[in-house]
Design a protein around this ligand. Structure first.
Ligand code: MG
Length: 272
C-alpha cells in the first residue's frame, strides 16, 4: 500500500473513532439509569474529603509489618504470649528468629485481647515431617480463644500432597469452611496466612447479633472470602455460639506425633 494511502486510512480511522467519543459533558440535566440529575448538581457534591484515612507506612517488603501493627512475634522472644492453661510465660522454643511448638507445654496465646483485626502469621512444617492426614504437621490459629479449649480455629496442617477431610485441611476454618484452592508449599518452606477477622457480636443476653466472619489469604491466594462461621470449632458435633468479648489469639500445640512446626513474623492490626 502506498504510504500516502495508509496515512489517509489512518486519518479516517482516527476521525471515525473521535466521532464515536462522547461529546464534552454538558451542564444540561440528563438521565442515568432513570435518575434525573439536578440542573444545579456539581461533581463536588459527591466528593468526600473527611474523615481522611490516617497515614500508615507499609512494610518495606510484602509481609513486613506496617507502621501501625502490633508485633506479636518478631523472632526475639515470646513476651507477648502466655501458656493457655495457666497464663504462665510461654514455653515454646525460640531460636534463629523462629518459634517452634513445644507439644508438651501445650497451647500458647496472646496476652492482649482482640476483637476485629487483620493478622499476618507465617508457619513452616519441618522438611522431615512424618505421618499422614491430621497427624502431619497439625497446629492451628485460634482466631479468638474463647475458653481453655474453645475458639475458632483456622487450621494449620501439612496439606502438601496429604489427603484429609477437606474442611480440615490447611486454610479451612476447621470443620466449617472448605478452602477455595490448595496453595500449600512443600514441607520445609514457609507458608503465610493473612486473615481478616470480624468478631461475632452478642446482645448481652447471650443472643447472637451478628456472626463471626473470616477472610483468609494463604500464600497470597484467597481461600476463604468473608466466610460466615457457625460458631466455635467443635471436633465432635456441631458448632455453636456462646457469648464472649475480646479474646486472645491462640496457637495450637497439637498432640499428633509428627515433628513440631514453627512460626515467625506474627503481627496484627486492630480494626476497632
Ligand atoms: Mg489443628
Amino acid at each position: 500500500m502506498p504510504k500516502s494511502m495508509s496515512f489517509c486510512l489512518a486519518f479516517t480511522a482516527v476521525a471515525i473513532f473521535s466521532a464515536a467519543l462522547p461529546a464534552k459533558q454538558s451542564a444540561r440535566p440528563r438521565s442515568e439509569d432513570g435518575q434525573t440529575v439536578s440542573r444545579t448538581a456539581k461533581p463536588e457534591d459527591t466528593e468526600l474529603w473527611q474523615p481522611a484515612p490516617r497515614v500508615v507506612t507499609p512494610g518495606a517488603e510484602y509481609g513486613a509489618p506496617p507502621s501501625d501493627a502490633i508485633i506479636l512475634f518478631d523472632g526475639k522472644n515470646l513476651d507477648q504470649w502466655v501458656s493457655s492453661k495457666d497464663k504462665s510465660p510461654a514455653k515454646w522454643m525460640v531460636a534463629s528468629g523462629v518459634v517452634t511448638v513445644n507439644k508438651a507445654a501445650g497451647d500458647i496465646e496472646t496476652k492482649r485481647k482482640f476483637r476485629n483485626y487483620q493478622l499476618h502469621i507465617e508457619w513452616r512444617v519441618p522438611e522431615n515431617v512424618t505421618g499422614s492426614g491430621q497427624a502431619r504437621g497439625n497446629s492451628g490459629v485460634f482466631l479468638a480463644a474463647t475458653g481453655p479449649d474453645d475458639g475458632y480455629e483456622l487450621q494449620v496442617l501439612d496439606s502438601y500432597e496429604n489427603q484429609t477431610y477437606v474442611n480440615g485441611m490447611a486454610g479451612s476454618i476447621y470443620k466449617q469452611s472448605i478452602p477455595f484452592v490448595n496453595p500449600t508449599r512443600r514441607p520445609g518452606e514457609w507458608q503465610i496466612y493473612d486473615v481478616v477477622w470480624t468478631a461475632p457480636a452478642f446482645g448481652g443476653d447471650g443472643s447472637l447479633k451478628s456472626p463471626a466472619y473470616a477472610t483468609v489469604f494463604f500464600n497470597g491466594v484467597l481461600v476463604d472470602n468473608h466466610f460466615e462461621l457457625k460458631g466455635v470449632t467443635r471436633y465432635i458435633g456441631q458448632p455453636y455460639y456462646r457469648e464472649h468479648g475480646a479474646a486472645p489469639i491462640r496457637l495450637q500445640a497439637h498432640g499428633d506425633p509428627s515433628p513440631p512446626i514453627s512460626f515467625r513474623n506474627i503481627w496484627v492490626r486492630e480494626l476497632d
